[in-house]
Design a binder for this molecule. Sequence first.
Ligand SMILES: *Cc1c(COP(=O)(O)O)cnc(C)c1O
Length: 391
Amino acid sequence: MNHEEQYSRCTLLQHYGESAPPEGAPAFPLFQNSNFLYPSHEEFVEAISNTSGHSPYIYSRIGNPTVDLLERKIAKLEGAEACRATAAGIAAITAVLMDAAEPGAHFIAEEFAYGSVRQLCTEVLSKMGVTLTVVDGRRAENVLDAVRPETKLIYLESPSSMVFHLQDIRRIAAYAREKGIRTAIDNTYSTPLFQRPIEMGVDLVVHSCSKYLGGHSDLIGGAICGSREDIDRISRGQIHLWGNIMAPFPAWLVLRGMRTLGVRLRQHQEASLRLASWLEQHPAVESVNHPALPTNPQRELFLSQMSGAGGLFSFVPQVQDEARLVGFVNSLRLFRKGISWGGFESLALLARVAPSWAPGGFWLVRVFVGLEDEEDLQRDLEQALEQIRPS
Ligand SMILES: *Cc1c(COP(=O)(O)O)cnc(C)c1O
């Protein structure tokens, strides 16, 4: 639809691909069916041999109209030729790594990339001789210097979701392209509204739809975006064969969640940035990791490759005593205790990290600012921070 080309992404979130909903229904229907029926044997045979050029629906493991609409919408938003929805974000990551794996292949990953990257490489892909180098991706040189003749994949997560470090996407993607190395990035933190890696030269973008895209803490799902050729190959080799597909109902929920993605992100961003700035001044706080803070040492890079940041950030408390930190987290009333993020509910997660640049490790508190009233959230943090006020 040509007139859709002129619309901004927040408009596309509402209407893209949905210009003729059946019976005037404003929401696209949930096609909750496994197979598709044909009036005659001949028409079924024609469909399955797919001679007409467009592929008709036959079986929902291979294609389903509700899942298809989600895939077209995400592809459009990411500026990608194609998208495949998967059963989970982790399934999208696994498919991308499996696709690049071959005997003796070498991968490079940002050290704070989602944990399953390291686990899949060291526990599964190592059996076919795949090796992984993890690097502090803040310096692009660390990534480029790790490249070897057998490097097949550079895997990024910018910003990463514990310390929110950025990688120089354009520079790394350009170098990799020159060397014939595939690049992939986890774009869950930013969503296509805040960062579009394909436009910066990255080959494959993965998402966990369980976070912002779904947005209501009520589903698990994932997606991979890339060229038509890459997505077709990954679908055939990694998705269809493993049954690693998104079911129609979660796809319908993601479509529904995405309608409010723009307004939700705006609210998450405003509230989290104000709370992060306030925390930065608080005596109990050593430092705050939030990509959009003016004090972020990677400010220039943030401005050059992202157009916003959402509700997720972390801070390092002055007090590093575990018992007192547990006391702080347990004193929070509005901030719930749990993993995941990207829903409506604010969350606090106490975690110990031990990156290459701080081998002894340290405690941080990862905060997700949900959709509750910002002043209520600040009051909640304020009373709980009394537990860890330095004496
Ligand atoms: C949650 C998450 C994943 C994994 O997604 P699931 O849908 O839980 O499988 C991957 N990457 C990031 C950044 C995440 O936050």
